[in-house]
Design a protein around this ligand. Structure first.
Ligand code: ATP
Ligand code: MG
Length: 413
């Protein structure tokens, strides 16, 4: 398969030498069983590569598991990776297979591998060298056939110097190194990526796509991008949401690049923390944040309902709080339920489920920023008995803007 086809299949944008070279190495090494270490700054796109390697290997019909080593607590990582026997530690009620046992004949992606504790690094080295390991609490040697691809954004040589990473493990993992260049080292990809993200955002938020003036393209291309592609993606989304004028010049772009003064991001977060809004844009931004939180709460709720059943007695206090947050109804409380009467929560739950069964529909609907803005304005006006001055103050916008919005949205109170 050609490099271009691989890019298409994995949604990889860019045509720089560094990117093409990394894909080429991944394809060449894929059919072998060699261990691969992918290094590169945060946000450079390392996570695509283990998937490419697995897909183009003879193991592609076997399992692929990605493990974020930095996200698993030190106390449980050995058990997660290598499994444990019943009674190996407090709470080990049953024996459990670890990823290395489950993925036999497949591929494991060890992301953030430099975060592994030293004792786990020893076990990993053994498995890489002999294919052997022991479950925690067992002395029985088990064999497994797993291909390891690892990634890290830390400077491993420095980590070795500091005694945080074993040198022998580094050489073993680094059999085939793939180095992802930083975005500033592949400038020709920057505008391509911007256009792709601008197009995606336009579709997501149902707005016209952004375009850049020549001076903005130059600024975009020469910026340092310390957060690499992840940062470029976020910046493009922010501009797409916040800028009314879809033709972006360098002055506007500057506001979104942290090194330049007057950058929007820190100021915006601060204002949200203080619950005050200085412009209508910030209201929209706040609404987006709130909606994201609501969706997360809903997901948790649905997950709990699905796993614990629909009995009201299973709805713990936490869920009651979520429902309360979501529907802004202060009267839901589990602390003093009506005696022998669960109905105070069941009908709500049925209603809730009715509304959230089709998640896609819910998300689509809630992305209508205009509706949300209108809703907030109506709420503020109602709260202040129609007094525009107070409502505007509460919303953090000028009275003039509020007046304009009332006319624009035909709000009649
Ligand atoms: N070439 C690319 N084309 C399109 N999107 C990309 C490309 N490279 C990365 N991305 C996107 O950029 C974001 C960051 O990429 P990824 O998560 O792979 O970074 P990473 O190198 O693993 O960073 P970290 O070290 O912080 O984990 C993701 O949303 C990813 O989809
Ligand atoms: Mg990553």
């Amino acid at each position: 398969m050609e490099i271009q086809q691989v890019k298409q299949r994995f949604g990889i944008i860019g045509n720089s030498y560094g990117l093409n070279r990394a894909i080429d190495i991944a394809m060449q090494v894929a059919p072998t069983d060699l261990t691969v270490l992918i290094t590169g700054e945060s946000g450079t796109g390392k996570e695509n590569f283990p998937k490419i390697i697995h897909q183009f290997s003879a193991r592609k019909h076997g399992q692929y598991i990605a493990v974020n080593c930095g996200a698993i607590p030190e106390g449980t990582i050995d058990s997660e990776l290598f499994g444990h026997e019943k009674g190996a530690f407090t709470g080990a009620h049953d024996a459990r297979k670890g990823y290395f046992e489950v993925v036999n004949n497949g591929t494991i992606f060890l992301d953030e591998v430099a975060e592994l504790p030293l004792s786990t690094q020893v076990r990993l080295l053994r498995i890489l060298e002999t294919g052997e390991f022991m479950r925690v609490g067992s002395s029985k040697v088990i064999k497994t056939d797993v291909r390891v691809v690892a990634a890290t954004n830390v400077n491993v040589v420095k980590a070795i110097d500091e005694g945080k990473f074993r040198e022998d493990l580094f050489y073993r993992l680094n059999t085939v190194p793939i180095k992802m260049p930083a975005l500033r080292e592949r400038k020709e990809d920057i505008h391509l990526l911007f256009r792709k993200f601008a197009k995606d955002s336009a579709e997501k938020f149902r707005m016209p796509a952004l375009s850049l003036s020549n001076d903005a393209i130059e600024l975009l291309t020469n910026y340092r991008w310390p957060g690499n592609i992840r940062q470029l993606k976020n910046v493009t989304e922010q501009i797409s949401i916040l800028e009314e004028n879809r033709n972006i010049d360098s002055e506007t772009l500057k506001k979104y690049l942290p090194i330049f003064e007057g950058s929007k991001l820190p100021a915006l977060y601060k204002k949200i923390d203080e619950q005050t809004f200085n412009s209508e844009r910030e209201i929209l931004y706040k609404v987006l944040f709130d909606m994201k939180k609501d969706v997360t709460d809903l997901k948790k709720l649905v997950h709990d309902l699905m796993s614990k059943g629909t009995e009201a007695t299973h709805l713990n206090e936490d869920n009651a709080r979520l429902i309360s947050n979501l529907y802004d109804e202060p009267d839901i409380s589990l602390s003093e339920p009506p005696a022998n009467d669960n109905s105070y929560i069941i009908p709500r739950k049925a209603d809730n489920l009715g509304q959230i069964q089709d998640t896609e529909e819910f998300v689509e609907e809630s992305l209508s920023l205009i509706d949300k803005e209108k809703e907030l304005i109506v709420k503020a006006l109602e709260k202040h008995g129609g007094k525009r001055k107070n409502a505007a103050e509460n919303l953090g916008i000028s009275e003039r803007t509020l007046y304009r919005k009332i006319k624009e949205y035909n709000i009649d109170l």
